[in-house]
Ligand binder design. Sequence first.
Ligand SMILES: [Fe+2]
Length: 172
Amino acid sequence: MRDVELKAIFDHHIAQKYLTRSGISHAIAVAYHSFHLAKKHSVPVDLAAKAGLLHDIGHFTWYKNGKWDYEMYKKYDIHPIKGAERAHKLLIRLGENPASAKVISHAILFHTDSFLPTNTIVRTPLQEIVKKADEMDEEEGGLHHYRTISNERARKSLERLDHMIDIELNGG
Ligand SMILES: [Fe+2]
């Protein structure tokens, strides 16, 4: 039995606020990709799916005169740092195992190196998986952040993924 399921994360108002900001559809797609890659590489699927779902919750709104300012975003963005912290707080509040919360938080911190002065990170397999999963769902011009999905469909697909994780954890 897991301490926290994806559905419980999704239903929390903090997750709702930040998942909506960066795109629920993208978050769910990355959670699915992370699950499949983790399964393939024998990495814990539960941790991968959670890190995938929450990887972008650190985004700030870089608006200038009502429009997204991509230049400012590129220069000043630190969303992996904020995301790692937000995800950690949220997971601990929901009752996540503290060791798991730390590993998930690290996977979010290292899912991209766009915020670092150098790209010399040596990633763990889980961190590598979340990075790859994010890249698999990327669309040109950041369009993956704008795809929409109804809340009801989002919950259903997370319920399905929760079920797939339970099957894996119970020995397939
Ligand atoms: Fe992303």
